[in-house]
Design a protein. Structure first.
Length: 367
């Protein structure tokens, strides 16, 4: 089994977003050069490819030895096993008609190239070196026998990304197409959730709440208004992020019911998480009802805020009980509480994506 924290091979990494691309190089699970951020040029194929080549060459020039491979993330559905990017790429229009990106970079740099969905690699990185091992270590230290092996990762930025780890393994699906397109934006018939949980959503809702749809502000500036460090409509700014939190909560509820595990949130917009989380947890802990009017919890499991120290302690503790074996005086200890936890990423989306890409490449090279 590969131990990514001791493996000496160097892997070039790239976190490709609709706005920026972040290039890096990892060895032994850590960045060994300062990550390089360049504009994505998502609507111009020539400029985008030119930037990719420039970014990787800049990183290679800083290394003392030749990398073993290139491994990186790309947003949206594609034929990732063959390195072909194309299809319903909402935030990368230049690639919609199909681009043999993997073969192109392999030809340019004469080394193996591995491409995966950005949400997938984000979740994989968090499962390897983020929230999943952190929680399992706390459970182990507490003496609990419970362990988590399933994880959903959500990235908030130009779009709404998702990745899934099942039983400790990255789940890429049979078509490399685990996406948010079919998750509805509740209250908006025929609209998908990303329209309510993305950069454009924050800008749109701030405009609606402030009465100034032509404000021209970016989310970071809207966040500054919410913080009181920039002039503007404070309540509209907080409300824009709170509405996004509600959409995020609805989306998590519709997906975590299937994976039944931990949830971790990252990405550029996660910097405003404190203004999202109350609405998000209100949605997750909400009720639904049967046609006869009977109210039931939206989720079968209790939902914990793992960034809240008191809730984290309760989550780790669980409900320790003992039960006698039938027709015997022998007792068996168990934890009957069904629970899931939601946390903000501590290692950050760029690090998680890069760690996922790095480890994926090591596994492929060792086959």
């Amino acid at each position: 089994m590969i131990n990514y924290s001791t493996d000496p091979r160097i892997i070039l990494t790239l976190d490709t977003g609709g706005t920026n691309m972040v290039f890096g190089a990892m060895q032994r699970g850590e960045f060994i050069v300062e990550p390089l951020t360049l504009p994505a040029h998502a609507d111009n194929l020539d400029l985008c490819l030119q930037t990719m080549v420039e970014g990787f060459r800049t990183i290679i020039d800083q290394l003392d030895e030749r990398p073993a491979a290139i491994s990186f993330a790309f947003p949206g559905p594609a034929d990732y096993p063959n390195g072909i990017i194309g299809g319903q790429l909402l935030n990368f229009p230049a690639f919609r008609e199909g681009v043999a990106l993997g073969p192109y970079l392999k030809k340019k740099f004469s080394m193996p190239v591995y491409i995966n969905n950005d949400g997938d690699l984000y979740a994989y990185g968090e499962a390897l070196g983020g929230i999943l091992p952190e929680i399992n270590e706390l459970l182990d230290e507490s003496g609990s026998r419970k362990r988590y092996r399933n994880l959903l990762g959500f990235t908030l930025g130009t779009g709404l990304g998702i990745g899934m780890v099942v039983n400790g393994e990255l789940n890429r699906g049979d078509n490399s197409c685990i996406e948010m397109f079919s998750i509805p934006y509740l209250g908006h018939e025929g609209v998908f959730a990303e329209e309510g949980a993305s950069i454009r959503a924050v800008k749109r809702v701030y405009g609606e709440l402030s009465g100034n749809p032509d404000h021209g502000l970016e989310p970071v500036e809207i966040f500054e208004i919410a913080e009181g460090s920039r002039e503007g409509d404070v309540e509209a700014a907080k409300g824009a992020f709170a509405q996004m939190g509600k959409v995020l909560g609805d989306t998590i509820a519709m997906t975590v019911s299937i994976t039944d595990g931990l949830v971790v949130i990252g990405g550029g917009l996660a910097g405003a998480y404190k203004y999202m989380k109350d609405a998000m947890f209100e949605s997750l802990r909400g009720m639904m009802q049967r046609l006869n009017g009977e109210a039931i919890s939206k989720l079968a499991s209790k939902v914990y805020d793992l960034d809240n120290p008191d809730e984290l302690r309760q989550f780790i503790k669980g409900e320790q009980k003992s039960i006698k074996i039938y027709n015997s005086e022998i007792e068996v200890n168990y934890d009957p509480q069904k629970r899931i936890g939601v946390a903000l990423s501590k290692i950050g989306a760029n690090k998680a994506v890069s760690l996922g890409a790095y480890t994926f490449a090591l596994h492929q090279l060792s086959r």
